[in-house]
Design a protein around this ligand. Structure first.
Ligand code: UD1
Ligand code: CA
Length: 466
């Protein structure tokens, strides 16, 4: 009991600033919902927080597009409902105002009462590593009012600069790019919008912020100056965590930064899988979303895209140019080159899905071959089935979708169509060029094409020659 109380007291409160419109994105989608490696930015942040501090008590400050943001966060189920609150910031009056909305709410009052420390994170830093959050959340020194995360950038344009006394003395304040004097703009140590606060200090400091600056906004960064003043009078201190890997702190403010963050995260994901035993021929041309799972011994050739809830089992080979979305590939199967597996497809073990084959909601058994130029939608295909070149399931009648079943050991010749709903029975044989409209019973041989007529000598007559 005593232990659980102690750990409850240590659980950090986390404020995620996610109310801004993100004007520079030039998109109606709220900024924090833009996807990086297939996942909305804010979910990357929440996942990292939960991994580092599973007991965290999280408030997401929402405003612009708040219903959508709330829905995405709730549906993700990354944060248990009892640890999650949404705080409305009606009008976006700056990062300081956003944090104040949280601290002045009943949620904030409970945080101050519980004496929990408060981690503040912006919603637009999708590359935050778990280790960074863990280091930020370590207990503050006895007299410290806040811990500030900074980093050095070779090009600090757009970021708030950290002003110190002398070159490397104590921190004095943060100055925003738009308010900085030319000399201050030369400073390369920047604020990252990540802070760890003593709760009561944060609450009172926010209530004293002013908006007398170039943007008439309440800047959260100005809280640092208050803490510095307090430190000088001996009443507290600022701890600084300087993060050397500045790439982790890349903010996403416009579509170009979104693309860059996406590339960075993609390379990290691929590296992680490579170290788990996945072989990539061309990491730079391959895209693997954060939700994909790959087994040891999988081989991925150039220009492959793996999306969503896709899994690939050991020894499978994904050949060049293939796109796989929300699908499962069994062990030792081969897919591609240039195959497209759309959502809900499953391929068993040691099967072959060849070039220019499209699957959609198609379940394929083991040791089945669909080697060339085919479309299978809403299909259930058994094991040891052979499907020749150019097979099409006619699954859509203009109103609804219908299922095609092809049972174990069936052989489907080239250039066949199955007009669904229809079943091709176990061990049956479909002659090439057949359009199957009626069920084929097991072991039957089906012809569904017109009979060939040969007329001797007619060719010459037909061409009008003598
Ligand atoms: C902010 C910092 C800057 C820092 C940079 C690092 C301030 C004033 N500036 O600038 O010092 O270098 O982050 O990435 O804090 N938001 C709200 N409500 C608002 C305004 C913003 O919720 O009224 C949210 C945004 O949705 C965003 C986050 O706060 O997720 C940061 O806002 P943004 O406008 O991107 O700040 P920057 O200009 O990047
Ligand atoms: Ca930003």
């Amino acid at each position: 009991m005593a232990r659980s109380l102690a750990s409850a007291a240590a659980a950090p409160a986390v404020i995620i600033l996610a109310a801004g419109q993100g004007k520079r994105m030039k998109s109606p989608l709220p900024k924090v919902l833009h996807r990086v490696a297939g996942r909305p930015m804010i979910l990357h942040i929440l996942a990292a927080v939960m991994q580092s501090r599973p007991e965290a008590n999280i408030a997401v400050v929402v405003g612009h597009g708040r219903d959508e943001v709330e829905r995405v966060v709730r549906e993700s189920a990354i944060v248990p409902v009892e640890q999650l609150a949404f705080i409305l910031q009606d009008e976006q009056r700056g990062t300081g105002h956003a944090a104040r909305c949280a601290m002045d709410s009943p949620w904030g009052a409970a945080v101050v009462r519980s004496k929990a420390p408060v981690l503040v994170l912006p919603g637009d830093l999708p590359l935050l590593p778990v280790a960074l959050i863990s280091q930020m959340c370590e207990g503050l020194g006895r007299s410290a009012t806040l811990r500030l995360l900074t980093t050095e950038l070779s090009n600090p344009t757009g970021y708030g600069r950290v002003l110190r006394r002398g070159k490397s003395g104590p921190v004095l304040r943060i100055v925003e790019e738009r308010d900085a004097k030319p000399r201050e703009k030369e400073i390369r140590e920047v604020a990252t919008s990540i802070y760890f606060f003593q709760g009561s200090f944060l609450k009172s400091a926010l209530s004293r912020l002013s908006n007398k600056n170039s943007q008439s906004e309440y800047y959260l960064t100005d809280v640092v100056e208050q803490a510095a003043r307090k430190a000088r009078s001996g009443a507290g201190g600022i701890e600084v965590l300087m993060w050397s890997e500045s790439g982790d702190l890349r903010g996403v403010n416009d579509p170009w930064e979104l693309a860059e963050a996406g590339e960075m995260l993609n390379q990290r994901i691929i590296r992680r899988w490579a170290l788990e035993g996945v072989r990539f021929d061309s990491p730079r041309s391959t895209w693997v979303e954060s939700t994909v799972r790959l087994a040891c011994g999988v081989e991925v050739q150039p220009n492959v895209i793996l999306r969503g809830n896709t899994t690939v089992a050991e020894g499978a080979v994904i050949k060049a140019g293939s796109v796989i979305e929300d699908s499962a590939i069994g062990a030792r199967s081969q897919v591609g080159p240039y195959a497209h597996l759309r959502p809900g497809s499953e391929v068993g073990e040691a099967s072959k899905i060849g070039n220019f084959v499209e699957l959609k909601k198609a379940r394929i058994g083991s040791k089945t071959s669909i080697a060339h130029l085919s479309y299978l939608g809403d299909a259930e295909v058994g094991s040891r089935v052979n499907i020749g070149c150019g097979f099409v399931t006619c699954n859509y009648d203009g109103k609804s979708k219908h299922v095609t079943r092809i049972e174990d050991d069936a052989f489907v010749g080239s250039d066949c169509q199955a007009v669904a709903p229809v079943t091709i029975g176990r061990g049956s044989y479909i002659a090439s060029g057949s359009t199957i409209t009626k069920d084929v019973e097991p072991e039957a041989l089906a012809f569904a094409r017109s009979r060939q007529v040969n007329k001797a000598g007619y060719a010459r007559r037909y061409k009008g020659s003598t």
